[in-house]
Design a protein around this ligand. Structure first.
Ligand code: 1CP
Length: 351
């Protein structure tokens, strides 16, 4: 008897672009594409706390799929939050509307670190794998992106206890107690690795590691205190075989250092032109980004002009179109649908 032929699916555009392979048109997706800009999301969220939604596979799957159906983006991003794994290991965290993650008892001492036990995804977060299986079955050939918070960005919430403008308590901890700070980051890297492995095993085809707030660090501090931990994180997920994107906001000064993490692609915010990113990073990493998230608020004429300009400035190979940070809640979703069509039309290869 011959074994049944293995199911072969075409490699998604997103994955090929992240590997810097030729594509017939550029893939496009948006950070925070699921969420408050969509009326169908707001309707489902009514009365459901954010983290409860993340732990309800059917709701989580539905919200993940909404922007794919509506906009025709080339990837879904798993609907969850960077603090979900912290809740999974028993940290008392709540996402407060209009605020963000709030930690009841911040982590500030060696003794506090004991509360950051290793994550065991199968028992701590079984809902995540279940949701990913539902989503990937529904998505067909469209890939699903998994994600995790990078150690520094997660540490900033754990130390501060809530969102902060410049992460001053976390940065002071790094200066005053570098050993404690390092241990905190190492534990958070282990949690991110465990979470990302479980997501890939359940079916995600690319991952993004958000170090959103790393830009508050000087390059020297980043290199000393954060980069070695991020390098270990990226090395440990390399064997999963999926492209790994790294992203931070307002971190143009860290671009080269962050690319040394070992990531396959760098997310670039809108303050750094893609041609400059390419010049500084070389062509060893793919680039993702980086339309200013306020452009879709400024009307169709501006949208088209800025999109054309961005595409003219972007590398031909190894570029995934995205915004330079998340979709703003006030964005008219119709403008995002238009943007997807525009990118597809302007980058389609004739053959
Ligand atoms: O489509 C998607 O991208 C939605 C999935 C998603 C992702 C990828 C959510 C849902 N959160 C995230 C990642 C995330 N969460 C990051 C990294 C990305 C980024 O830089 O934006 C960060 C820093 C957080 C922390 C967080 N969670 C914030 C920021 C707070 C601050 O410090 O300013 C906020 C506001 C949240 C809540 C949250 N997470 C996600 C949603 C839809 C929301 C809003 C909750 C609501 O609708 O009430």
């Amino acid at each position: 008897m011959t074994a049944p032929a293995p199911k072969t699916r075409p490699t998604p555009l997103l994955v090929r672009a992240l590997r810097r392979e030729p594509v017939e048109r550029k893939p496009v997706w948006f950070m925070r594409q699921a969420g408050r800009s969509l009326p169908e999301y707001r309707e489902l969220r009514q009365g459901v706390p954010m983290l409860e939604m993340c732990r309800t596979p059917d709701l989580c799957a539905e919200v993940t799929l909404q922007p794919v159906r509506r906009h025709g983006v080339d990837a879904a991003i798993f609907f969850s939050d960077i603090v979900t794994p912290l809740e999974g290991i028993g940290i008392d965290v709540e996402i407060q509307p209009g605020v963000g993650p709030v930690i009841a008892e911040p982590i500030r001492t060696e003794a506090d670190l004991e509360r950051l036990r290793p994550l065991e995804p199968e028992t701590d977060l079984p809902e995540i794998s279940e949701a990913i299986r539902i989503i990937t079955a529904e998505l067909g050939d469209t890939p699903l992106i998994g994600f995790a918070g990078a150690p520094f960005t997660l540490a900033s919430y754990l130390v501060e206890g809530r969102p902060s403008k410049s992460q001053e308590m976390a940065r002071a901890m790094q200066l005053e107690h570098p050993g404690l700070f390092r241990n905190l980051l190492e534990r958070l890297a282990d949690i991110a690795v465990a979470s990302l492995k479980a997501q890939v095993e359940a079916g995600v085809q690319a991952v993004q590691v958000f170090d959103s707030w790393a830009g508050s660090l000087s390059e020297q501090t980043y290199r000393e205190a954060v980069l070695p931990v991020s390098q270990r994180l990226f090395a440990e997920i390399e064997e999963l075989g999926v492209p790994r994107i790294h992203f931070a906001v307002n971190a143009g000064h860290l671009m080269e250092a962050m690319a040394e993490s070992g990531c396959d692609a760098m997310g670039v915010d809108w303050r750094t032109p893609l041609s400059e990113a390419r010049r500084r990073l070389g062509d060893g990493v793919a680039l993702q980004g980086n339309l200013d998230p306020t452009v879709p608020l400024a009307g169709p004429e501006v949208l088209e002009r800025k999109t054309r300009a961005l595409l003219d400035d972007a590398p031909e190979l190894g570029h995934v179109f995205n915004l330079g940070h998340g979709v703003l809640p006030s964005t008219d979703p119709g403008m995002l649908t238009e943007l997807v069509g525009l990118v597809h039309e302007l980058t389609e290869k004739e053959n």
